[in-house]
Ligand binder design. Sequence first.
Ligand code: A2P
Ligand code: MG
Ligand code: MG
Ligand code: MG
Length: 318
Amino acid sequence: MASTSCTALKVLAASVAVANRSGTIIRKILSSGNLGIVEKENKNDLQTEADRAVQRCIVSSLTHQFPQLTIIGEEDNLNEMATADKEYLETSLAEEVLKESCPAEYTEAKESELVVWVDPLDGTAEFTQGLLDHVTVLIGLAWQGKAIAGVVYQPYFNYQTPGAELGRTLWGMIGLGTFGLGNTEPPTEGNIITTTRSHSNPTVVDSVKACEPTEVVRVGGAGHKVLLLLDGLVHAYVFGSPGCKKWDTCAPEVLLRAKGGRLTDMHGNDLKYHKDVQHKNTGGVLATLKADHDWYLARIPESVKQALPETQVKSATK
Ligand SMILES: Nc1ncnc2c1ncn2[C@@H]1O[C@H](COP(=O)(O)O)[C@@H](O)[C@H]1OP(=O)(O)O
Ligand SMILES: [Mg+2]
Ligand SMILES: [Mg+2]
Ligand SMILES: [Mg+2]
């Protein structure tokens, strides 16, 4: 099989398997009733036992199978202990990924050149408030500074539909496509914009308003908002704030771009994912699937652009 010699596809197959395992961990912790909530930088920046346990699971599992990867996870101080964490070791590879052929441009990508951006639980604020379908697990793979593959796992997809299967896995690779989706056609009428519900500020409000929405959908999570685009429920995701980090955007960006969409900062620049890049997406986030991305870019006010400088890369050669 062509895929067996493709390291990027193998890492993606491991990421899909460990994302699925993460769902079991998150659901078990929520049903235990003890979320172990900790405030990080401020009251809008929370961490739960699910964030910690899933990061340990993902980092220990990927490190065990691919020791030369660079893995950058949201939750600090967990990576070192994760290598010794046997409880959470997931060593399977997702067959549905392995059966695909590696796009020619990635056959040369070496394990030591891949950077994996991990958000163990995106939408933590909403998770603590019981808005469970806002939660996703995000694992994105970057090579030569570009997002090339990723998985978005939604552990509580369908949780309000009795009898339906709980959770879904979406994964993709640039050049291969996005898998696990249904309808992706956007609404035929209006200009529906999704944005933050828990991290708003004046530049967020100004950028949404400037894009002339007919409706604003305020929900949690970067992964969740990109899923709204991929499910054909909104036309654009507009986040005029530096709050999102590389682990919030890497995997969702792949799923969008592999379907022909775009995810940029507010200046229209592509985001960079080198291992030594600034973690914050300081230029904000603008994402579209079928809508005219440049139309939205042209409407972002100069005052917002000035408040959101482009992200700096220490060395763009790695
Ligand atoms: N000001 C912020 N402080 C901390 N995290 C933020 C901030 N803004 C955005 N994020 C992260 O980006 C995600 C998307 O933002 P929002 O839901 O506000 O649109 C959030 O779920 C959160 O990720 P996480 O939940 O993984 O900490
Ligand atoms: Mg967080
Ligand atoms: Mg996040
Ligand atoms: Mg998170």
